[in-house]
Design a protein around this ligand. Structure first.
Ligand code: PEP
Ligand code: MN
Length: 364
């Protein structure tokens, strides 16, 4: 994966958001269901300060015989929202026909759904169909947790000449259902941000949550991680929504949610803040140095053990020993307030590296 900067502009330059302030908000129903539902929802959202209206026209559904979207007919409803409410509109495109129809109908922003991003053939076809336009396109993460596949889709759009590109984090499919419908696995969008600070990231708390109860906490977490915006599913009457009923909220509830969000600055020019944060960061850097020294020392002892075992013809792996180490670590670490999950991850990685070193010694 290249570390080259992507040639993308920022959402405030896309000409669709009413303000340059973060978070950028996109909201609307999972699906356009009827002209009335679309219009009433859009009107209420507009009254609550939302400028960009989303609605799925073609719906990718997990099982057949579910509501699969109203299709092209709904595009006229989006046009009415633009015309009568002055809002910008957004919809999902999954094939070339969708792209042509959405462009023809003047939709302002397109997104590529999670199932489509997972398929490079489909993404390439979309990129080819979008060539020559500069409509903003948001790429949802693929359903499987794969950063390269996600960025690969962005690169295909880039190569087609698009520059108004962002990504949407909507969580990842896991077989074992947990609290959320789609596992957030925040380390993936964080990794994308590490590689491409210039790429706008929008969070889709609705599809991560699967349930309106969790929308506030997920939205706040996204902002705390420095996401640029949120895409939220909102329906004038969520209980009777034809798709994703449990995760949608009314425009009024959305307003409450947004008002409660704490937006933090990326940085500060305050002198004393900067002095204090520098001091704290120095302390972290020193501690990291100490950790590295201790780790290197530990590795040297592991090598010594490897040599000694080789001389005495003893196997590298003695499971009893590893279990004892882990037990001791959990106990001592727990007393210091360290979480078991962290201890397990760190010590498993260290143990694995030790075993590898000892294997090298044995074979050397
Ligand atoms: C949607 O946004 O309604 C949708 C179908 O999303 P996803 O591709 O994230 O499942
Ligand atoms: Mn949905």
């Amino acid at each position: 994966m290249s570390v080259n900067e992507l040639n993308v502009s920022q959402p405030e330059q896309w000409g669709i958001f009413p303000s340059a302030e973060r978070p950028f908000l996109i909201a609307g129903p999972c699906s356009a269901e009827s002209e009335q539902q679309v219009f009433e929802t859009a009107k209420a959202l507009k009254d609550n300060g939302i400028g960009v209206f989303r609605a799925g026209i073609w719906k990718p559904r997990t099982r057949p015989n579910c509501f699969e979207g109203v299709g092209s007919e709904g595009l006229a409803w989006l046009r009415r929202v633009q015309r009568e409410l002055g809002m910008k509109t957004a919809t999902e495109v999954a094939n070339v026909k969708h792209v042509y129809e959405a462009l023809k109908a003047g939709v302002d922003l397109l997104w590529i759904g999670a199932r489509t991003t997972a398929n490079p053939f489909a993404v390439q076809e979309l990129a080819d169909a979008l060539k020559g336009t500069d409509i903003p396109v948001l790429v949802k993460n693929p359903v499987n947790p794969d950063v390269d596949l996600w960025l690969g889709a962005v690169e295909r759009l880039q190569m087609a000449g698009l520059t108004k590109i962002g990504i949407i984090h909507r969580g990842f499919s896991v077989y074992q259902k947990s609290r959320y419908r789609n596992a957030p696995q925040w380390q993936l969008p964080i990794e994308v941000r590490r590689r491409h600070k210039e790429l706008p990231i929008i969070c889709d708390p609705s599809h991560i949550a699967g349930n309106r109860e969790y929308l506030q906490e997920i939205s706040q977490q996204a902002l705390d991680l420095g996401f640029d915006g949120l895409m939220m599913e909102s329906h004038i009457c969520p209980e009777i929504a034809l798709s994703d009923a449990q995760q949608q909220i009314t425009p009024a509830a959305l307003k409450k949610l947004v008002d409660k969000l704490v937006v933090r600055a990326f940085d500060s020019t305050d002198v004393s803040y900067n002095e204090n944060i520098d001091e704290l960061r120095n302390r972290i850097d020193q501690l990291d140095d100490e950790l590295l020294n201790v780790l290197a020392q530990r590795m040297r002892v592991a090598v010594e053990i490897g040599r000694y075992k080789k001389q005495n013809n003893i196997t590298i792996l003695q499971t009893g020993r590893w279990e004892k180490i882990l037990e001791k670590v959990f106990l001592a670490g727990g007393q210091k307030g360290l979480e078991k999950e962290l201890l397990e991850k760190v010590f498993s990685a260290i143990h694995e590296a030790s075993i590898n070193k000892q294997t090298e010694v044995m074979n050397g």
